[in-house]
Design a protein around this ligand. Sequence first.
Ligand SMILES: NC(=O)c1ccc[n+]([C@@H]2O[C@H](COP(=O)([O-])OP(=O)(O)OC[C@H]3O[C@@H](n4cnc5c(N)ncnc54)[C@H](O)[C@@H]3O)[C@@H](O)[C@H]2O)c1
Length: 350
Amino acid sequence: MTAPKPSSLAFVPFVSVANMMEIVHRIGLENMLRDLAEYIEDDFRRWELFDKTPRVASHSAEGVIELMPTSDGEVYGFKYVNGHPKNMKEGLQTVTAFGLLADVGTGYPVLLSEMTVLTALRTAATSAMVAKHLAPKGSKTMAMIGNGAQSEFQALAFKAICGISSVRLYDIDPAATKKAMQNLEGWGLSVTACRTPEDAIEGAAIITTCTADKQYATILTDNMVGAGVHINAIGGDCPGKTELHKDILLRSDIFVEFPPQTRIEGEIQQLDEDYPVTEMWQVINGEVQGRRDNRQITLFDGVGFAIEDFSALRYIRSKLEETGLYQKLDMVADPDDPRDLFGMVQRAKS
Ligand SMILES: NC(=O)c1ccc[n+]([C@@H]2O[C@H](COP(=O)([O-])OP(=O)(O)OC[C@H]3O[C@@H](n4cnc5c(N)ncnc54)[C@H](O)[C@@H]3O)[C@@H](O)[C@H]2O)c1
């Protein structure tokens, strides 16, 4: 007996890493960052209708594995993501991810996708979209502290979305800075390698911290941060893992994604549980003011929230037909008689 062939209902579109890279080149990296920022901003505008929960984290001595679910009532999505700072020294990625969308009406999956590359893109698009609302108008220079896997995506998102023209790089490991220098060549940015974080922030209106360490770190001390800057702090995203000295937080207006998650994982874990913060979706909807004046320090305490991944998957799904860059995975069992799952299995016996 030959195994029954899967029906069309069995197949779920799957975007592999190879296909994701091809999508990036087909659309163009900066176009894709701009598109993703629009999708993310649209979902921040309808923030209230989403199911929201802090991500479900499983911590170990080496790192964390997390599930990030959400739904807009029609489509459900989740991302699986890890964070293992020691991986890099073993030749592995600090962050790897994949994600899924499903139809709320049937519960059937409608997309499975790699999200290691997509997470870097969505994180950069989110940071730049937020900075568009908070950073001083006309900001041209960004300091980029931490020159690992996320860094070039951040630099190019700030160019494409906020119009920066110059990036000042610093990493404790000069090899990381050298890699980022080389990768950013020919992208139309003026790039400077700096020897110290103090040197990197010289003249920068935007400071991005994107370092990986499983501990409280002080990437920026209070005296390094002058009036009027926007800080995009995205590397501290776990309990016990922060990047900024507490005094900087006390001088800043703090903007977050979803407070119940950020209070556990973000820079604000250093502050009292009820310390006032502003939710970014309210700024985007015009309900709350973002930047008030040119002396204010704005801080985006970005930890990465499920809705941003949902937006990114929604975008990739919208590109499937146009690009054809996916495979069909036989992922859903589809017996002729829905109650005859057993019979379907038996008929597959060789
Ligand atoms: N907020 C979000 O949405 C979001 C999304 C993805 C990743 N992240 C976090 O961003 C961080 C960076 O991710 P990545 O994939 O680029 O990691 P990575 O390991 O590729 O790079 C991290 C870099 O930080 C450098 N570094 C460590 N300590 C430093 C210090 N004190 N000063 C300067 N540089 C230092 C390392 O040398 C390394 O080059 C991770 O902590 C990750 O969990 C956050």
